[in-house]
Design a protein around this ligand. Sequence first.
Ligand code: TXA
Ligand code: MG
Length: 318
Amino acid sequence: MNHTPEFADPQLVSLDQAIARLKDGKLVAIPTETVYGLGADAADPLAVAKVFAAKGRPSNHPLIVHCASLAHAERFMQPPSAAMQTLLKTVWPGPLTLVTAKTDAVSPVITGGRDTVALRCPAHPLTRELLQRSGLALVAPSANRFGRVSPTSAAHVLSEFPGKDIGVLDGGECTLGIESTIVRENGDTLEVLRVGALSIPELKTLWPGSVVYNASTKGGVPGALATHYAPERGVWLWHYPKSFAFNESDLVCGWHKPDMLCQFQLLPDDPVQCAAMLYPLLRSADLRAEGRLIIEMPPATEAWMAIADRLTRAAHRD
Ligand code: TXA
Ligand code: MG
C-alpha cells in the first residue's frame, strides 16, 4: 500500500531519488541542523553553476562544501593544525564551518577563484546518510533566493522555488534554525567570520587560544551584506527601554510587553530556543494582513550575538 499523501508536492523526493538526482548533476534541497541547503555535487562544476543561477547569487560569493566526516573533508583542505583537528573532532558533525587553504580537489567555481575553501559536516541524520551512501561532497548554500530569509522547513524551500527543477528532501524542521558559525585559524587565534549556531562562549570553551569577532573580521565573509535575511514586508527593531510608536495592529515580539495596546508574543529566554524560531517568525511578517512585525533587540552579550546579527541585517534598509 502506498502511503504517499495524494497531494504531496511533486518536488519532494526520497533519499534514493535525491542521490540519483545529485549524481545526475541536478539540484536537491537538503535538511541540515541549521537551515536547509540547496545541494549540488561539488565535483560537478555545471551542477555548481546551477546553484548560483537558481539562487540568483553573484558568482564571487563562495559556497560551503558539505562532507560526511573529517576524513572526507581532509581531501579538500591542507592538513589542519593539531588544535584545529581537536576542535573539528569535537564539534563535527555540527554547526561549525572552517575556512582554510584548499587542495586542487576543490573547483574554483565553488570558491570564486579563492585559494581557500569553506568546509562543514552537517549533523542532520538524513543528510548524513545521503553523504555517506552517495560518497559525494555537496555544495549547499542556504536554500533561499538571494538576500531572503533562510528556510528551516521543506515547506519554506518549496515556497522559495515553486515549480523549479529542484528536488526537496524533507527532513522536518531544522533543530537549530540559524546558520553555522564560520571560523578561520590565524596563529593561536580563532577568528569568527560569521556568528552562528555555535556561540562564541561555546567556542571559547573549546579553543585553547583566543576567539575574536571584531571590526577586522566582522562580515569578513564575502557576501555578508548589510541587507540579508530580510522579509519582503520588513521587520522593525525595538531597543528596549527606548520609546517606540506602536500601533494596535502591530505584533511585538520580545521580553517586555509594551504598555500600549498591541499584540505581544513573549520570546524564549534561551538564545538556542530563540534561534530555532527566529526565521519562521521573520517569514511570518510576509503573511500578515496588516501591522508591522516588531522585534525587541536581545541583550548585547556574546550568547545573543548571532540573533542580534540576523535581526540587524533583516531590518536593514539601503
Ligand atoms: O549553516 C550553514 O552554513 C548553511 C547550511 C545549508 O549548511 N549554509 C550556508 O551557506 O549558510 P551560505 O552560502 O548561505 O553561506 C556561506 C557563507 C557565505 O557568507 C560565504 O561568503 C562564506 O560562507 N564562504 C564560503 N567560502 C568561503 C571562503 N573560501 N572564504 C570566506 N568565506 C567563505
Ligand atoms: Mg545564506
